[in-house]
Design a protein around this ligand. Structure first.
Ligand SMILES: [Zn+2]
Length: 222
């Protein structure tokens, strides 16, 4: 993929709303722009499982990019310079962790990792995560160990939230839990992210992996 085809996420400079879910995103939202559709929130764009790696550490950035199937460049408009400026990348958590391990000789990477972990955990309601995770385990007993936590954390992230934080999910509605599990399966068990990274349209990519998702669900369900 050439640089020009990279997925781009813009930090908005004015009030914006998501054209798909209608959510009011406030004045500094992180959005993607889709042809014919306008702005999408990261949740609707299926990019909300990615973590932000600020620019500044060339080695870490290079390694994280290498390990991440899906990468989005984060850009922000500079009024002073009248152009978009790169703020960093959105990458998979696993890719960032691997890159950090490779940079471990560098003690700075370690402290950054601690900061990031703390920041991420702060955004989560731990009790809710545990509750959501046990519900995942109960409804999908065949799901591999640890995945219920990944699924629950993703579903509960404040910035992503609609599935996890909706009032239905608060009551741990089976359908809401199922949607969160499907979102996890898409990213973790299918080539969905690779398709998005390759420039496939979301609907098209979802259609292509639908059978794979159904197969995994069948294995995980009782
Ligand atoms: Zn949305």
């Amino acid at each position: 993929m050439t640089q020009g085809d990279e997925l781009k996420v813009f930090i908005s400079t004015r009030e914006s709303a998501c054209d798909e879910c209608g959510e009011d995103l406030g004045p500094k939202a992180w959005i993607t722009l889709v042809e014919d559709k306008g702005a999408l929130c990261l949740s609707c764009a299926d990019l909300d499982h990615l973590v932000f790696l600020p620019s500044g550490d060339a080695a870490l950035t290079r390694r994280a990019r290498k390990h991440s199937t899906l990468v989005a460049v984060v850009l922000k408009w500079s009024r002073a310079r009248k152009r978009y400026e790169r703020q960093g990348l959105l990458v998979e958590l696993q890719a960032l962790e691997q890159a950090e391990m490779e940079c471990l000789a560098d003690s700075e990477a370690r402290s950054r990792r601690c900061d990031r972990e703390a920041g991420r955990r702060e955004g989560l309601d731990q009790q809710y995560v545990q509750c959501f995770a046990s519900r995942v385990r109960e409804l999908f007993p065949g799901c591999p160990a640890g995945r219920e936590i990944v699924t629950a954390e993703h579903a509960c992230l404040k910035y992503s939230g609609r599935v996890g934080r909706s009032s239905a999910a608060k009551d741990l509605d089976a359908q809401a839990v199922r949607l969160a599990v499907i979102a996890h399966i898409r990213h973790a068990e299918t080539k969905y992210d690779a398709l998005l990274a390759g420039g496939h349209e979301r609907r098209e990519a979802r259609a292509e992996i639908e059978d794979a998702v159904i197969r995994v669900l069948a294995k995980w369900e009782p």
